[in-house]
Design a protein around this ligand. Structure first.
Ligand SMILES: Cc1cc2nc3c(=O)[nH]c(=O)nc-3n(C[C@H](O)[C@H](O)[C@H](O)COP(=O)(O)O)c2cc1C
Length: 207
């Protein structure tokens, strides 16, 4: 089949786009507003975009408030900071719960029963239950032009200025033990993948 997204002519039950780019890493973004209310939400339009300086981005659709911003975007644009927490098998339910469309006054970290801990360089909290935290400074927001006002996306870029790795997931060879972290990724529809012993394989790059 072939379809042109802007003609919405895929003819399938659901828009297949999210089922074609996968697995997507999940940026589990914690931030804080200028009054100090914490926020947590998962974003799978998320990735690392450069090594040096280490840089990540996530992209957020339109929010439900008057300013049409998702809380994460509003907070990050106000404070210039955020933390990206790694979502794992053990935290999958809380990750999913934290995507609830709660108002800006709701602290989703408390709501879903996770433990906030202070970051070293930014005001946004880290999630204690997550094995990796990337402390980020907002670099810029790029607006993705939409077909209509409701299709508008904002891509937030952040420089990773501090990295926490749980010592338990660093092995004796000084490598991050990916098998131990049991990271999850987003597939299409309501599906996810788990990175584990069975799904990992290795290949050497050509010389
Ligand atoms: C696994 C997962 C991935 C998601 N990825 C995105 C995304 O990339 N962009 C987006 O706008 N919303 C995404 N959402 C929905 C947001 O998490 C949801 O709108 C949330 O309420 C936003 O919270 P905030 O307003 O506190 O930032 C995702 C939800 C889940 C469960």
């Amino acid at each position: 089949m072939f379809y042109e997204p802007n003609k919405r002519n895929h003819g399938l039950r659901k828009n297949p786009f999210n089922s074609l780019i996968l697995p997507r890493p999940i940026g589990w973004i914690s931030s804080v507003d200028k009054m100090g209310v914490a926020n947590l939400a998962p974003y799978s339009f998320f990735n690392a975009v450069s090594y040096q300086p280490p840089t990540v981005m996530f992209s957020a659709g339109v929010g439900t408030g008057d300013d049409r911003l998702k809380d994460s975007v509003r907070n990050i644009e106000e404070t210039g900071e955020f933390v990206c927490n790694l979502a794992t098998w053990d935290t999958r339910e809380q990750m999913n719960h934290s995507s609830i469309g709660a108002g800006p006054e709701v602290d989703e970290i408390a709501l879903v029963g996770l433990t906030p801990i202070a970051a070293n360089l930014v005001k946004a909290p880290r999630i204690a239950e997550s094995p990796v935290h990337l402390e980020c400074r907002h670099i810029k927001t790029v607006e993705i032009p939409g077909w209509s006002e409701t299709d508008n996306y904002k891509a937030i870029f952040g420089e990773v200025i501090g990295i926490h790795i749980d010592d338990d997931v660093i092995n004796e060879e000084g490598l991050v033990d990916i098998r131990k972290m049991a990271v999850i990724g987003r597939l299409g529809y309501n599906d996810y993948a788990r990175v584990d012993e069975e799904s990992i394989f290795s290949m050497k790059r050509p010389e």
